[in-house]
Design a protein around this ligand. Structure first.
Ligand code: SF4
Length: 297
């Protein structure tokens, strides 16, 4: 790990990652041992590793898998679900599975096509549905915290995109912890300071079987383009991604982002249908999308 000037053998690496994770959990006041944690698991290396680490650290962590119905190519959803269920069964862990098609009558690609959101790519509908369902299920099942496996590469790419567009509201909201409100669980990202390759190394050294393939719709996405751009920067300047992210967090913490919170923060109110916070007048975007697609075959 060039950015830390540190090299470890597999055995010590498998201790170092949970120790560091515990340090980040405490530093950012993510949660404590009395709280119930729901880990959003996709079958990928980051989310399965996060679940594994939290259980190893002794936290009360259950899993949530969202079956999106993306079965093009290798049968992405089928395979990721199989690996997630296998992971949970082998470790005797509690896994909740929410099937989008069974709940709303349509898969993510079908919802995207009917609602005509996202210009031929289902990612905006997928993000909307995932956010809504994770919030809903965490609230309905009484979890205090919703944990996701976002790593440093994910966070740096989002920060890069938000900085290029100077999206003030998103910049204010981005961080390792998003406080809960109005019955919504707190959202936390315990892996946000680990590079993607560090999580890959952890998953492999731990013998975690995860889905290697990306979702077929990820190909050519903006976030992959930004990740590749930042990887080139990282190769030339080791540690650049970590510095970019940590300096942003520090500026945000000390109020030095040159953003006026009063004008950048939008007003939220509960959606009259689902109760989740929304800035839209009337129904939230998710409920409007479901209304629109309800009567389509
Ligand atoms: Fe959803 Fe796949 Fe797009 Fe990710 S890449 S948001 S999983 S459709």
């Amino acid at each position: 790990m060039r950015q830390h000037k540190l090299a470890l053998c597999a055995e010590h690496y498998l201790d170092w990652i949970p120790e560091q994770t515990e340090r980040f959990i405490k530093k950012y006041a993510m949660f404590d041992r009395d709280e119930k944690i729901l880990v959003a698991v996709s079958g990928g290396k980051d989310s399965l590793s996060l679940w594994d680490i939290l259980v190893r650290l002794g936290y009360r962590a259950d899993g949530l898998y969202l079956a999106l119905g993306i079965d093009a190519g290798i049968g992405y959803s089928r395979e990721s679900r199989r690996l997630t269920e296998k992971f949970a069964v082998e470790r005797n862990l509690t896994l909740h599975v929410a099937d989008i098609e069974a709940t709303y009558g349509k898969s993510i690609p079908a919802l995207a096509e009917i609602s005509r959101r996202g210009q031929g790519r289902p990612c905006s509908v997928c993000g909307l549905v995932k956010r809504h369902e994770m919030n809903r299920i965490a609230r309905d099942l009484g979890y205090d915290v919703l944990a996701t496996g976002h790593n440093l590469d994910d966070e740096a790419a989002v920060l890069f995109a938000n900085t290029l567009a100077w999206s003030e509201e998103y910049l204010l909201r981005q961080g390792p912890v998003l406080l809960g409100s109005d019955g919504l669980a707190r959202k936390v990202k315990p892996l946000c300071r680990f590079y993607e390759r560090e999580m890959t190394a952890y998953a492999i050294a731990r013998g975690i079987e995860y889905i290697y393939e990306e979702c077929p719709f990820a190909d050519g996405s903006q976030s992959i383009f930004y990740k590749e751009t930042l990887n080139r920067l990282e190769t030339a300047r080791p540690g650049a991604k970590l510095t970019f992210y940590l300096n942003f967090l520090e500026a945000r913490r000390s109020g030095n982002l040159f953003i006026d919170r009063n004008t950048a923060q939008i007003q939220l109110h509960p959606c009259p249908n689902c109760g989740q916070a929304t800035s839209a007048p009337g129904l939230c975007s998710f409920c409007r999308m479901i209304e629109k697609t309800k009567n389509s075959p």
